[in-house]
Design a protein around this ligand. Structure first.
Ligand SMILES: *[C@@H]1O[C@H](CO)[C@@H](O)[C@H](O)[C@H]1NC(C)=O
Ligand SMILES: *[C@@H]1O[C@H](CO)[C@@H](O)[C@H](O)[C@H]1NC(C)=O
Ligand SMILES: *[C@@H]1O[C@H](CO)[C@@H](O)[C@H](O)[C@H]1NC(C)=O
Length: 171
């Protein structure tokens, strides 16, 4: 009804009445899709801040690689804004099968995935991107952290992901 009313406000008419069931995306809630919601995303951001030992950029994406939450801590590197988002995107682009560092070795010269970091508008193949699984085991999103050493970023991202569920701690 709302949709039809909006159409008519615009002076348009629907060609026919369509029974939209809205089951997988538009019009459904994040929990119906098993997508991270904004409450969980805020928890992830706050857990990342709490676990940070350096100023970090922190990005939370849903499983379709769309941004849900982002925070740049005071004095965090501007270059890390993009890195944090691309770390998370590296995870969501492959359905959360591995942390961002899961592509590290195979993307090196001579590796069978050499050049994969140039695909999809740029992926980041070192650590700091972690998948987020809810307590029912659904892959609901990913967190990307950038600002410290790779190991610091991994540790922060793992703590952040575990604030709302579980993650992977090996490739
Ligand atoms: C629309 O789809 C829903 C869900 O499948 C169904 O319950 C309902 O009867 C349908 N309505 C019409 C008008 O076809
Ligand atoms: C987000 O998801 C959590 C965990 O399923 C749930 O407890 C919470 O109510 C949800 N929040 C919103 C705003 O939907
Ligand atoms: C990369 O290769 C090194 C040396 O073989 C190995 O120790 C390391 O675990 C590998 N890292 C990943 C993320 O697969």
């Amino acid at each position: 009804m709302l949709f039809l009313a909006t159409l008519s406000l615009l002076g348009l008419t629907a060609a026919q009445t369509v029974n939209r069931t809205l089951t997988n995306g538009w019009g459904t809630t994040p929990s119906q899709r098993h997508y991270i919601n904004h409450t969980q995303a805020l928890t992830v951001i706050n857990a990342a801040i709490a676990a940070s030992s350096v100023p970090n950029d922190i990005a939370v994406l849903d499983p379709s690689s769309q941004l849900v939450a982002f925070l740049r801590m005071d004095n965090a590197y501007l270059g890390s804004v993009d890195i944090s988002m691309k770390k998370a995107k590296t995870v969501t682009s492959f359905n959360g099968q591995f942390p961002s560092y899961g592509l590290l070795n195979r993307s090196q010269p001579g590796g069978d995935l050499f050049g994969i970091q140039e695909t999809n508008g740029g992926l980041v193949v070192f650590g700091g991107g972690q998948p987020i699984f809810d307590y029912d085991g659904y892959f609901i999103g990913a967190v990307g952290v950038s600002g410290g050493t790779v190991q610091q970023d991994i540790d922060t991202a793992v703590a952040a992901a575990e604030s709302v569920g579980t993650t992977l701690t090996s490739a």
